[in-house]
Design a protein around this ligand. Structure first.
Ligand code: SAM
Length: 222
């Protein structure tokens, strides 16, 4: 059995009792960055051994992990923050485990997109999660393909690209589309900008973007 275990996106209290129990009871924790996860693991007094599993070694390691699972070991996969497989490694292992007849369970828990969407004030009944836009090649065409989308759009974005993204969206999506730019969820300097795309641009000229961001954009009006 492999458990996919969501971990906090900032506030160390945001972890479920079941997640803590499974991390304690597992034979091995696979962590995206063992140095990052050690803070959480030690904070909660967990002594389970950890091994790294990240985008640079997942292809090489997946076979060895499947062998451990076939031997009957219970493994837990965690990422640096939030839910593994959501803009983080995880999918490859889930797919391979299922193909090999191994049971996979993902626990419910922290992920940045859901609180950002819900507190945005933009309709949350139907939405599209786009993750990170391609940094260069394919970026403009991805935005173009989303311009007619009627469901709410949710993006992850880095602080040094947020302003560029807002500027690129205006001609394609329209200056008056509602947006919410949610920064540093669950952390000390959490803030949410709510307004239109054209209002967001001067706001981020005045408030230099720092930290982690989720960008929520209203879908096209029918
Ligand atoms: N697996 C994570 C999840 O479930 O949300 C996402 C990991 S991805 C590598 C990191 C991106 O998620 C950040 O660049 C940002 O867009 C978003 N993110 C993660 N934590 C956040 C936070 N506390 N506040 C705002 N955005 C966050």
């Amino acid at each position: 059995m492999i458990y996919i275990v969501p971990t906090p996106i900032g506030n160390l209290e945001d972890i479920t009792l079941r997640a803590l129990r499974l991390l304690k009871e597992s034979d091995l924790i696979l962590a995206e960055d063992t140095r990052v996860s050690r803070v959480l693991i030690q904070h909660h007094g967990i002594t389970t051994p950890m091994q790294s599993f990240h985008m640079h070694n997942e292809h090489a390691k997946v076979g060895q992990i499947i062998d451990k699972l076939k031997e009957g070991q219970t493994l837990a996969l965690i990422s640096d923050a939030g839910t593994p497989g959501i803009a983080d490694p995880g999918f490859l292992l889930v797919r391979e485990a299922l193909e090999q007849g191994i049971e996979v369970q993902c626990l419910p828990g922290p992920t940045a997109l859901i609180p950002a969407l819900v507190q945005s004030g933009i309709p949350s009944d139907r939405f599209v999660f786009e993750g990170f836009l391609p940094p260069k090649k394919g970026r403009q065409s991805r935005l173009f393909s989303l311009a007619e989308e009627e469901r709410t759009l949710v993006f992850y974005e880095s602080p040094h690209r947020i302003q560029k993204t807002l500027i690129q969206m205006v001609p394609l999506f329209g200056a008056h589309r509602k947006t919410a730019v949610v920064r540093e969820l669950t952390k000390k300097f959490e803030t949410t900008f709510r307004g239109t795309l054209e209002e967001a641009i001067p706001y981020f000229e005045a408030h230099s973007p720092k930290g982690e961001f989720v960008l929520v954009v209203e879908g096209k009006k029918k």
